[in-house]
Write a protein that binds this ligand. Structure first.
Ligand code: GLN
Length: 521
């Protein structure tokens, strides 16, 4: 039951094969069994059982609210949840309980979904590994999956791999079968990166299509809620529920009609697939490159027109992102002053001293570092040189995409990450900033341009770790994006997660799975 997709488990619930309460208990039990992953900061057991009971009553009356009624889900700990701790994995907010729900969380509640917990992350979503939060790093469930057999002991302690980040807890929650869907946030890749490294589908919608109300901001001009599921069709179901204008977020836009109705078998003949030449970046692993080529060939053989395209400003994306991100961080973090929210220092010799020590005690050095450089970029003498220049280059990056899509290309196919997941000990050799610069090369430009993109699990590497590929479409073309993603998902042969977690999957020497068809989807 736990390895099913939302579609499948929703059918099982409606047919009475399992009750929402039983399903919820199974997830809660599995959360306990997989505690070593450190995927959750808060487990909302009491609320989950109450919501499951309510779903049960509705289902017994034959009145389910929709496909998400009774479905267990998890939420990254930077989305506000009423009366439930929302920590952003920071000492600053470690005891903060918001008085309201983020719009996207409320929408899931309104559909009868059952919240099992809040997931671990990098502090304030600043990172690319889920290694830099106040509650410790998240471990990749695949470190413990086939071919090793599911292990919870210390045997793998030295070489477990990271989940990617910053929404690593959400990715691990879906991959380790403790929830059927999870919300992440995506500012530079934070949903797609851990999605790829944990072998789950990860959708970053068009900027503004989903409300950011109640999502604690990182970079307001780029943040979007992200969706993680076990199949592309599931992502479409969730997108259908979450999208749309919100009076509480003035940047939201109306959803075009029937955006999420996917074609059952999308015809890829004559679609134009662009392969950006700049994405052949230094550090791209042989295995990821091989998967990129394999899927490119797959499209070509099916009759798609595959062509090389150029996005010439790609190389400036990361450095400009850092300027814009740090500048927005400097102003966003100003609200954490010890007065209104969260932690307040005991130092009270003066107001200024209280501010300073609250922020020193509450934030980790990554957050403090970004505030510092952000304020530097915003100094009167630097503003034009850094902030305004970065905004200009941001426009050039967006124009690159516009030009390529304007020439008739339907979709771009790229890797999601350079490599499969790194071992924790190797990952921590570099500092947070260097790691983000490496991890986000393929995901970040999309946020600059506000476009939708999805990472689809594609294959297992020789180390038996997932590799994902990314599809990017023009704004508001989620329907086409996900239809093509589904076409791809049905053909790449990524093993079903439940098979792997149970340790049953077999591999060929190339790391490509033997199974032809994934059962997910
Ligand atoms: N890795 C990037 C950063 O640290 C992006 C994070 C994100 O998307 N939340 O800023």
């Amino acid at each position: 039951m736990l390895g099913l997709t939302i579609r499948e488990v929703s059918r099982a619930l409606r047919e009475g094969k399992i009750s929402p309460t039983e399903l919820c208990r199974k997830c809660l039990h599995r959360i306990k069994k997989t505690q070593h992953l450190n995927a959750y900061i808060t487990v909302t057991e009491e609320l989950a059982l109450k919501q499951a009971q309510e779903a049960e009553t509705r289902l017994l009356q034959g009145k389910p609210k929709g496909p998400l009624d009774g479905i267990p889900f998890a939420v990254k700990d930077n989305f506000c949840t009423e009366n439930i701790k929302t920590t952003c994995a920071s000492r600053m907010l470690k005891d903060y309980t918001p008085p309201y729900n983020a719009t996207v969380v409320q929408k899931l509640f309104d559909q009868g979904a059952v919240l099992v917990g809040k997931t671990n992350m990098d502090e304030f979503a600043m990172g690319a590994g889920s290694t830099d939060g106040a509650f410790g790093p998240v471990r990749n469930p695949w470190s413990y999956a086939a071919p090793y057999g599911e292990k919870t002991d210390a045997a793998l302690d030295s070489n477990w791999t990271v989940t990617g980040g910053s929404s690593g807890g959400s990715a691990a929650a879906v991959a380790s079968l403790t929830s059927y869907l999870a919300l992440g946030s995506d500012t530079g890749g934070s949903t797609r990166n851990p999605g790829a490294l944990c072998g789950v589908v990860a959708l970053k919608p068009t900027y503004g299509l989903l409300s950011r109300h109640g999502l604690i901001p990182l970079v307001n001009s780029m943040d979007v809620p992200g969706i993680m599921t076990r199949s592309v069709s599931d992502a479409a179901i969730v997108l259908g529920v979450l999208q749309g204008q919100d009076v509480r977020d003035s940047t939201t836009i109306p959803a075009p009609p029937s955006l999420t109705e996917l074609s059952e078998d999308f015809d890829v003949r004559n679609i134009r697939v662009g392969i950006p030449k700049e994405y052949h970046a230094p550090g791209l692993s042989d295995e990821t490159l091989a998967q990129w080529s394999r899927v490119t060939d797959m499209f070509e053989r099916a009759g798609a027109r595959v062509e090389q395209v150029s996005l010439p400003h790609t190389q400036y994306s990361i450095v400009c992102y850092h300027v814009l991100c740090h500048a927005e961080v400097a102003s966003n973090m100003a609200r954490f002053d010890g007065l209104e929210y969260g932690h307040r220092s005991a130092v009270d010799s003066s107001t200024e001293a209280m501010y300073a020590s609250t922020r020193h005690e509450g934030f980790n050095d990554v957050v403090r570092g970004r505030i510092l450089s952000g304020n530097y970029f915003l100094l009167k003498k630097n503003y034009q040189h850094y902030f305004v220049k970065a905004q200009r280059v941001r426009r050039l990056i967006a124009d690159d995409f516009k030009r390529v899509f304007g020439s008739g290309v339907d979709i771009l196919l790229t890797p999601t990450t350079l490599t499969d997941a790194a071992c924790y000990s190797d990952f921590m050799q570099e500092d947070n900033r260097t790691r983000s610069a490496q991890e986000d090369v393929f995901t970040q430009p999309v946020n600059m341009a506000g476009l939708p993109a999805v990472s689809v699990p594609t294959a297992l590497s020789r180390r038996c770790l997932p590799i994902g590929l990314q599809l990017i479409s023009p704004a508001l073309q989620e329907k086409k994006l996900l239809s093509i993603a589904k076409w791809m998902e049905q053909r790449v042969g990524f093993p079903s997660i439940s098979d792997c977690v149970d340790g049953k999957e077999s591999r060929t020497d190339t790391g490509v799975t033997k199974r032809e068809q994934t059962s997910a989807g």
